[in-house]
Design a protein around this ligand. Structure first.
Ligand SMILES: [Zn+2]
Length: 392
């Protein structure tokens, strides 16, 4: 079994893939975790500190939830920039479409998980006036573009198993849930990611195909209810997706799969006709202590030299402000970054995932002011080649 899998992986690594390259500098912004509640602001912070949690060790201890004000500040910042076609940068926002329904979970005892769809509002104890309107305003303005992250960020069976298991883990869950915080991932990585249970044997960590299909169907339905449109791009929580995830996404109308950073992999189609994109610039000032705009500019330049799009990763925490003000610094640095890109690359284009999908198929894509033309060049590569280049 293991040998078979190894051989199959080697075969796949050597299989030539047709990758897309471009003769203009393209910039995409991809952002995860929107709609997912964390620490319940100052009140939640105090409650958890009283319960004995030493919050503040890592930035994700201060992950809360965006406010309408965070979103309007981000909206305004993006509107302050334009590419060579006159278009604003557009943030691909990957949404988590449900939160824990703390009201129901109290009634049933702690072990059973109940979910509250984001379309029905926020859980008990949480308030965010005009949040939905602020998402929709950014979408209408063309600076936000909603996409799929998941229904939950964590693996439900892993959380339920540990919650029923008693002991330290169950206690930690209970303490957090009493403060209306679902989890803090770095303190409890055993909760895994939506399609991936870390405590199973290696070959069985991804949920079975049928289960993933059912979950993805529900997630797409929840997205449609919230945004009155279907998602076309998706990013698996924790980037944990396998062939079964991709197949189910394709069955549900997803055309673009977002992958995590690491290598300069050219955009390419898989066997389910999904266009795979790989993040290449890590713009995470809120969580990266070594962050610098110069590094991000160098990463973008390296992409353009290879004819690849600069795909910028920037998680939602960077725009949060209620407990720690991540937002002010991020917006200032983002402004610096985009200003530098615009002045250095006069033919720069800002796109979102669906535009890039249209571009690789037609050689152009629609913009608010007409259409943008880019030469698309196809070149063969293998994953083994990319790995050698990366390690060289
Ligand atoms: Zn995420």
């Amino acid at each position: 079994m293991k040998l078979g899998r190894k051989l199959w992986q080697r075969g796949r690594d050597l299989y030539p893939i047709s990758g897309f390259h471009f003769d203009r500098p393209l910039v995409l912004l991809q952002s995860d975790d929107w709609g997912r509640v964390g620490l319940r602001d100052q009140e939640g912070l105090e409650q958890l500190r009283c319960a004995g949690l030493a919050l503040g060790e890592r930035p994700y201890d201060f992950y809360t939830l965006e406010t309408a004000e965070d979103l309007s500040a981000l909206n305004a910042a993006l509107k302050g920039h334009r590419d060579s076609s006159g278009r604003h940068p557009c943030l691909e926002m990957n949404f988590i479409l449900a939160n824990l329904d703390f009201a129901k979970m109290n009634a049933d005892g702690p072990s059973q998980i109940h979910l509250l769809p984001l379309a029905q509002g926020l859980p008990m104890g949480w308030t965010r006036p005009a949040l939905m309107e602020a998402y929709r305003a950014g979408i209408a303005d063309g600076v936000f573009h909603p996409a799929l992250h998941g229904t939950t960020h964590f693996c439900r069976s892993a959380v339920e198993r540990n919650s029923k298991g008693g002991g330290e883990r169950a206690n930690l869950l209970r303490t957090l849930w009493q403060a209306r915080t679902p989890y803090i991932h770095w303190r409890m990585s055993w909760i895994g990611y939506e399609y991936w249970d870390p405590e199973q044997p290696e070959e069985e960590r991804f949920l079975p195909a049928e289960m993933q299909t059912e979950l993805i169907g529900q997630t797409v339905g929840a997205f449609a209810k919230l945004f009155s449109s279907l998602p076309r791009s998706a990013c698996a929580p924790g980037y944990r997706a396998n062939e079964d995830t991709h197949r189910s996404w394709a069955q549900h109308g997803i055309r673009v799969a977002q992958n995590g950073p690491g290598a300069f992999v050219p955009p390419h189609f898989d066997r389910y006709d999904i266009l795979h994109l790989f993040r290449t610039v890590e713009f995470e000032p809120g969580t990266d202590s070594l962050f610098s705009v110069e590094t991000c500019l160098r990463q973008a330049q390296r992409c353009f030299e290879r004819g690849l799009p600069a795909i910028v990763s920037v998680h939602s925490i960077n725009f949060h402000s209620t407990v720690r003000d991540f937002r002010s610094r991020t917006l200032q640095l983002l402004d610096e970054f985009l200003t530098a890109l615009e002045s250095k690359y006069v033919d720069l284009l800002y796109l979102h995932d669906e535009d890039l999908h249209e571009l690789v198929q037609r050689g152009s894509y629609k913009t608010p002011h007409g259409s943008a033309q880019v030469n698309v060049i196809q070149k063969k590569f293998t994953m083994a080649q990319l790995r050698r280049q990366r390690d060289a």
